[in-house]
Design a protein around this ligand. Structure first.
Ligand code: FRU
Length: 334
């Protein structure tokens, strides 16, 4: 019998309009884009697309795993009007379920990002007027899908809409206490700092994933991620595993027993390999690819945090050598 794992990923669904340029333009100048591409974007959708490439893998114990991938988010339009749109098809064609998504109607537009992409940088200007998922909508439309999902559950949340998100996670956690025999884990991404109510989420997750931008905002630059983790760790749940990503410098993982000064086991994981002769060609969603590999490693493949983090770093680096996300699983094996 294969193991059953259901993964739910909550976040904003962006339409990415990507202007490919050789160099970042000077302010108040004119520059012709080499390419223009429209892609489905958004952190958790990107992570799911990476994960979907590993469906059918066995876990590290050689046991087959059936992984069920689910997006939680809000679309503009209706299921009918959006049926052929890349925002939908890019997920559904990869067996990612959107039955936990809400369609807000024709008067709304999908959140959009205009991305100026050089081979090694991506500068994002976004616009998002989509009402965020409310905790009442979560309770009515999403929680029933989680409750009826089979096997082990991993629910991941982009740290946005934090006051409502805190209620959603509390509700999920309340249900979790009624399921003592099931493995149900909750992770949160802390990417953009200082969102209203964000700190409360530190105490609501089993796994916390931080961006370098988040740490920098609290005064911890890329050379001080150990100190950041020692500082943030006591603010999290006891036993919570933290990781912070650091671009082409890899990631740092914090786990294990902690004393009151935040001393714990810290592990530096180097970045992986960028394949291909062209080197880095597209960094959009590299961090999301890390999260995809890291969560899939722990949730589905039964990896401990450290190998899962290594897997995430290898996936993220390989992604940077590819335009988009397709092909990562051909380059990186768990
Ligand atoms: C990349 C990304 C893009 C999206 C933007 C949203 O990490 O998810 O796909 O447009 O960030 O902030």
């Amino acid at each position: 019998m294969p193991r059953q794992v259901s993964i739910f990923m909550y976040g904003a669904l962006f339409k990415d309009i990507i202007l490919g340029v050789d160099r970042f333009p000077a302010e108040d100048s004119k520059l012709a884009a080499r390419t223009v591409q429209t892609r489905r974007g958004g952190n958790t959708g990107n992570s799911l697309v990476v994960m979907s490439q590993y469906l059918g893998e066995s876990d590290i114990h050689g046991q087959r795993v059936d992984v069920d991938l689910n997006m939680i988010g809000c679309y503009a339009g209706t299921p009918e009007s959006q049926a052929a749109d890349v925002m939908v098809t890019d997920l559904t064609s990869r067996s990612i379920s959107i039955s936990s998504c809400i369609f807000r109607g024709p008067e709304f537009t999908d959140p959009t990002s205009w991305i100026i992409a050089t081979p090694s940088t991506r500068t994002i200007v976004n616009h998002n007027t989509m009402p965020e998922l409310s905790s009442a909508e979560f309770e009515a439309h999403v929680l029933p899908n989680i409750v009826s999902a089979s096997g082990e559950i991993w629910a991941h949340f982009e740290g946005r809409n934090c006051l409502e998100l805190s209620r959603m996670i509390a509700r999920l956690d309340q249900w979790r206490t009624s399921q003592p025999d099931r493995r149900i884990r909750i992770s949160v991404e802390f990417e953009k700092p200082r969102r209203l109510g964000m700190e409360a989420l530190l105490k609501q997750c089993d796994v916390a994933i931080f961006s370098a931008v988040y740490a920098a905002d609290y005064g911890y630059d890329a050379d001080h991620h150990d100190e950041f983790l020692r500082w943030i760790r006591p603010q999290c749940l006891p036993g919570c595993i933290q990781v912070i990503t650091n671009g082409d410098r890899g990631a740092t993982l914090a786990q294990g027993p902690t004393d009151r000064h935040g001393e714990c086991l810290l592990t530096h994981i180097p970045a992986g390999k960028v394949y291909g002769d062209a080197g880095v060609v597209d960094t959009i969603g590299a961090g999301d690819s890390f999260i995809g590999g890291y969560i899939l490693g722990m949730a589905a493949l039964q990896m401990d945090p450290r190998p899962a983090c290594e897997f995430g770093c290898r996936v993220a680096s390989a992604k940077c050598g590819l335009v988009g996300f397709d092909g990562v699983a051909l380059l990186v094996k768990p």
